[in-house]
Ligand binder design. Structure first.
Ligand SMILES: C[C@](O)(CO)[C@H](O)COP(=O)(O)OP(=O)(O)OC[C@H]1O[C@@H](n2ccc(N)nc2=O)[C@H](O)[C@@H]1O
Ligand SMILES: Nc1ncnc2c1ncn2[C@@H]1O[C@H](COP(=O)(O)OP(=O)(O)OP(=O)(O)O)[C@@H](O)[C@H]1O
Length: 272
């Protein structure tokens, strides 16, 4: 069986405080994006992971897909499988691609092998695989708190906008990015700011990773500024970066970037 694991963007991200386990409590809005990795699971004589598409740094034995399979295998009588992953979501980009693969593989193994897991149980497994994973079980726009794994619905509809996603040739590791942030327990009222018109977000919604990441990589700040120069209503870095996105009222093409960065034009309409 085949499934499509989509990416996400963060709209605003406040890092509130550091916990004793080293993780951080935060407040962010997750919004699913229609760019996809492709996952397939096939019963096999022995378990294998077969990646294709964008190269994934690191040892493939450490891939989140294998961790996901072994997590469920420890609790359920799963047969050996071949896991095929075709990677198109940029890596080290703050787009949650690895987390999406893990969450969608949980759902795929659940349906393929009739495990009968309901959403709360899938979320419990997802939490063990990464802070972002639980979001992809629900996969609808949410305001997230805790370490990014406690959700409430949020009424954000971006279907009237075109989203331009720019991935510079910089890999930002999530753990390192958290090390650059100075937590602020005050927060900035994201829950109310997100409900106001997108035109107001530039003044009211911030990503706390931006100052540290922009200081280390000024070219990422320049990309955000370029998106505003080109008419974005709102532009920001997603999560811990390095991807930045802009929301536009009309169709734009950023020709000047096509040789230096990956530029994706993402359909935000709800259908499909
Ligand atoms: C930056 C975000 O993408 C925003 O959505 C997420 O917070 C990152 O979530 P993730 O990639 O699923 O993170 P994990 O794989 O669980 O953790 C990677 C590392 O990020 C740090 N980390 C992650 C999430 C969090 N709330 N606090 C943290 O401090 C920890 O150092 C951890 O060792
Ligand atoms: N299925 C996977 N897809 C992508 N990266 C994976 C996968 N499994 C493991 N990884 C590891 O995770 C690293 C990417 O995670 P990282 O948190 O830095 O980036 P990210 O793609 O921006 O995700 P996030 O939005 O969750 O921060 C890769 O360098 C790779 O070593």
């Amino acid at each position: 069986m085949v499934t499509f694991a989509n990416a996400k963007i963060n709209i605003g991200l406040q890092v509130l405080n550091r916990r004793d386990d080293g993780y951080h409590n935060l407040e962010t809005v997750f919004y699913p994006l229609k760019i996809y990795d492709v996952l397939e699971v096939v019963e096999a004589a022995e378990t294998r992971f077969v990646p294709s598409g964008l190269p994934i740094p690191g040892d493939s034995h450490d891939n989140l897909c294998l961790k996901t399979y072994h997590l469920l295998r420890a609790a359920y009588d799963l047969p050996p499988v071949t896991i095929y992953l075709h990677k198109t979501i940029p890596i080290g980009a703050g787009l949650g691609g690895g987390s999406a693969d893990a969450a969608f593989l949980l759902k795929l193994l659940n349906s393929t092998f009739g495990l009968g897991l309901e959403e709360p149980q899938l979320i419990t497994y997802a939490r063990q695989l990464g802070a972002d994973c639980a979001f992809f079980i629900r996969n609808t726009p949410v305001l997230a708190t805790g370490i990014g794994d406690v959700f409430e619905d949020v009424n954000v509809d971006l279907s009237a906008y075109q989203l331009v996603l720019v991935k510079p040739n910089v890999h930002v590791s999530t753990g390192e990015a958290y090390g650059t942030v100075i937590p602020n327990p005050e927060g900035k009222q994201l829950a109310s700011a997100i409900t106001r018109p997108v035109e107001t977000w530039r003044d009211t919604i911030a990503n706390d990773f931006e100052p540290g990441i922009f200081a280390a990589h000024p070219e990422i700040r320049a990309l955000k500024m370029l998106l505003y120069e080109k008419g974005a209503v709102f532009a920001a870095m997603s999560g811990s970066g390095s991807a930045v996105y802009g929301l536009f009222n009309e169709s734009v093409r950023l020709q000047e970037l096509s040789s230096s960065c990956d530029v994706l034009y993402v359909d935000l309409s709800k259908a499909g």
